[in-house]
Design a protein around this ligand. Sequence first.
Ligand code: FE2
Ligand code: FE2
Ligand code: FE2
Ligand code: FE2
Length: 402
Amino acid sequence: MSRKENCLFSGLIASLSLALDLEENRKLYHAWRVALLSWPISKIICPREAGIIFYGALLHDIGAIGMDDHIVHKAVHGTTDAIEIRRHPQRGAAIIKIIPELKHAARYILEHHEMWNGSGYPKGLKGNEISLGAQIIAAADLFDVILRRVGKIPLEGMLNKIRSYVSSYISEEIFGVLLQVLTTDFYNQLQSDQGLEEAMKEVLKKVPPPSEKLNDTTSTTSALAAVIDAKHQYTAGHSERVALYALNIGSEMGLNLNEMEKLQRAGLLHDLGKIGVPRSILDKPGGLTKEEFGIIKKHPQGTIDILSMIDVFNDIAYIAGGHHERVDGQGYPYGLYRDEIPLMGRILAVADAFDAITSNRPYQPTRNKEEAFRILQKNCGSQFDKKVVEAALEGLKDVDLI
Ligand SMILES: [Fe+2]
Ligand SMILES: [Fe+2]
Ligand SMILES: [Fe+2]
Ligand SMILES: [Fe+2]
């Protein structure tokens, strides 16, 4: 595997992790801090697993996606008993198995809330029954939960607070290594956005690839799409289908190979920004309040923001984020008019709508292809581009609805 491909994968996972921590208009960096602190601890305790522990740490709270309040807040506010929250390690482990290259991280994620004295969850494991990777992630998680609760305090005070959890939450051994690696400089670096970005850049250069097999953009992108769709039952397979429908329309319109490849990646990742939208809103049957709709409407901007952060996805950010624009200028996030919307964005709008109409959603009965075509035609020139709809009627007429 080339260095570039590894950077793509690790960069993507780091961006996904940051996306999971996005709140309103700010980055929380919780998972980044946990991963950045886990890395030097693992390098000392179990260097051969440091890479996979790092990935596990980046995604340790992925099972909390879609929860109304971010898991971190619940932990900070002391309501960790909620049943829903206690399920996030299992959910996270199940989601991470979707990416075969990361399956070894599943155990660390499953056990990251186990406690040294056996009073953690989900299994109540004790001492070294808990995998080392999970112990390390738990210690780094504890650090960040305390940091977020107490704010900026001198390192000495922080270490004292963590020390009070030795033997209950974490082991003496892990604490000893944490003492070694958490220097004043590193501690300060973890507390500034710029410091975190720099530290992440450095680690990403060093972290080993999770697997030799991970050798193309498409399989990595597909794995991510599956993670996005895992958020709730109604979107299972949605991103794959939108990519497929878009390709059918694109080939009908005579796009070249390079454009088709872009279109596929944009289709797979178009709803990346939905990762930040609570499940209760996405799954809500019946009408949404103005406020809830406002939250949903932010997701294409989220997609643009996340994809823009990754070099190899810069070129598809505005295509993917253009799938809710309308040719009459009434769409979002920018209200672009006709050709101002990238052509591939207009294609995605039709592919996305076609799947939304023909798949089972909580707010509507499933409709067939003919009905979908009628709806597309009816909204031609207002919501959808006329030429794209014409290509869709041709390109999708023989497609099997999955
Ligand atoms: Fe957690
Ligand atoms: Fe966490
Ligand atoms: Fe969308
Ligand atoms: Fe979508």
